[in-house]
Design a protein around this ligand. Structure first.
Ligand SMILES: [Zn+2]
Length: 83
């Protein structure tokens, strides 16, 4: 992974300048911590969001219409499933 900061010098000392904002400091750990705190993507959830499932009386998983698919067909499917 490319480091999210560039090195420079200031009065003969090494500085670490954030490539995404004006932040800079003279300590690599601080620069990395700044990046982690402000810009790093949160770790992806391993399991993702819970997906509602409906299982009919024969044990078959029935797909659940998502919001926005509120069609007559989806309604009929739900009514049949919920009986
Ligand atoms: Zn920054």
């Amino acid at each position: 992974m490319t480091k999210p900061f560039t090195r420079g010098t200031w009065h003969g000392m090494t500085t670490y300048q954030c490539t995404l904002c004006q932040f800079d400091c003279m300590n690599e750990e601080t620069a990395l911590a700044h990046y982690q705190d402000h810009f790093a993507e949160p770790a992806p959830e391993l399991n993702g969001p819970p997906v509602p499932l409906i299982i009919d009386s024969s044990g078959t998983t029935v797909s659940v219409p998502t919001v926005g698919e509120d069609t007559d067909e989806a309604f009929a499917l739900n009514m049949r499933t919920l009986k």
